[in-house]
Design a binder for this molecule. Structure first.
Ligand code: KG4
Ligand code: ZN
Length: 343
């Protein structure tokens, strides 16, 4: 079964084609992403209306590019999967309408995919996917969640951020330090040369009563106060500041992840979303895994950030189970994952 995936929930317009090999593994035949970072860079964050317009410009070329790269035509497709939420509503509608039009005109089965289920599925396109069940830490610009994955599409959220996402903490921190947008990678690079103990930043939500939840807005405020009091440093002190700020984010993520893995009795942990590219997080989680006895699985960097191969993969499993969406499928800006214990 050859599935086209389409994604436009934030500032990436993406199309991909995924199919199953005779061995049963999913294979990516094409994976095209048009990023709009330069559209939003001067604003220091994504401007929703500009994102919608850029998606409109990019969606057909990206779709064409994916078909060309796969050496396929629309006749070769067996289904269409599209992100239906959560995300920016105007942005989501672009891929959604494209997918619905294709499904209608070509008579193709259609499924809607939760963006985070997409992120969770990227790892199945990698050589060493985790077995089921496993624990997943989703860390992106818009989301920070700890999730128990019991099956494809069978996921329950154990905890999430109560305010800013981890990527947002990186991006807002980078903006304060004049490091551009999105700034996670810039902080990561500088942090590698710095001393994480140079500046003391708060670690929020450390108590047992905070469960598996996170909070990063206090950290951002602490950095703001630090910059107001001392200014933005250069050279080594800037690297030290980045290393200290990054360490506070990473430590919170790792502490909650290892605690949940132990409690749930899960010995495989996957990390996905853009922040999974962070070298401090990767190293620290791997060290925690070696100590506690869990194995860490992280998709390649291009599959950690938004892409459509992950949406096609998640959609592939749903289509294979016989799931079909009607043309009334709609986009939703908020779309909470099922919470464990909730009715
Ligand atoms: O998953 P993604 O592409 O988009 C969302 O769905 O949000 O994640 C983007 C986020 C941005 O906040 C970006 O700063 C962050 O991932 N990011 C990083 C690194 N590379 C990307 N954060 C920390 N360290 C990195 N190396
Ligand atoms: Zn994402």
């Amino acid at each position: 079964m050859r599935v086209l995936g389409l994604e436009s929930s934030c500032d990436e317009t993406a199309a991909a084609i995924v199919e199953d090999a005779p061995s049963g593994e999913l294979v990516v035949r094409a994976d095209v992403v048009a990023s709009q970072h330069e559209v939003h860079e001067i604003y220091g964050g994504v401007v929703p209306e500009l994102a919608s317009r850029a998606h409109l410009v990019n969606v057909v070329p990206v779709l064409r590019g994916a078909l060309e790269r796969a050496g396929a035509s629309l006749d070769d497709l067996d289904g269409v999967a599209v992100t239906c939420g959560p995300g920016l509503i105007g942005a989501l509608l672009v891929a959604l309408q494209t997918a619905k039009s294709l499904a209608w005109v070509r008579g193709l089965p259609l499924v809607g995919v939760h963006h985070l289920e997409g992120h969770l599925s990227a790892v199945y396109l990698e050589p060493d996917p985790p077995p089921l069940p496993h624990l997943a830490l989703i860390v992106s610009g818009g989301h920070t969640s700890l999730v128990r994955v019991d099956g494809h599409g069978d996921v329950h959220e154990l905890g999430a951020t109560r305010d800013d996402a981890a990527g947002e903490a990186f991006d807002k921190g980078a903006k304060l330090l004049g490091l551009g947008y999105p700034g996670g990678a810039a902080i990561d690079k500088l942090a590698a040369q710095g001393d994480p103990r140079a500046v003391s930043f708060p670690r929020a939500m450390t108590g047992k009563d905070t469960g598996d939840d996170f909070s990063f807005s206090g950290l951002k405020t602490a950095l703001l106060h630090h910059v107001r009091a001392h200014g933005v440093p250069d050279d080594q002190p800037l690297a030290d500041l980045c290393a200290s700020y990054q360490a506070a984010i990473v430590e919170s993520l790792v502490r909650k992840t290892r605690r949940a893995a132990r409690r749930e009795g899960l010995d495989h942990v996957q990390v996905c979303g853009g922040v999974a590219a962070n070298s401090g997080l990767r190293a620290s989680l791997r060290a925690a895994g070696a100590e506690d006895g869990f194995q860490v699985h992280i998709p390649s960097p291009a599959r950690c950030t938004d892409n459509a191969a992950m949406i096609a993969a998640a959609g592939w499993y749903r289509l294979a189970r016989g799931e079909r969406a009607g043309l009334e499928l709609n986009a939703r800006a908020t779309m909470p994952l099922p919470r464990r214990g909730a009715a």
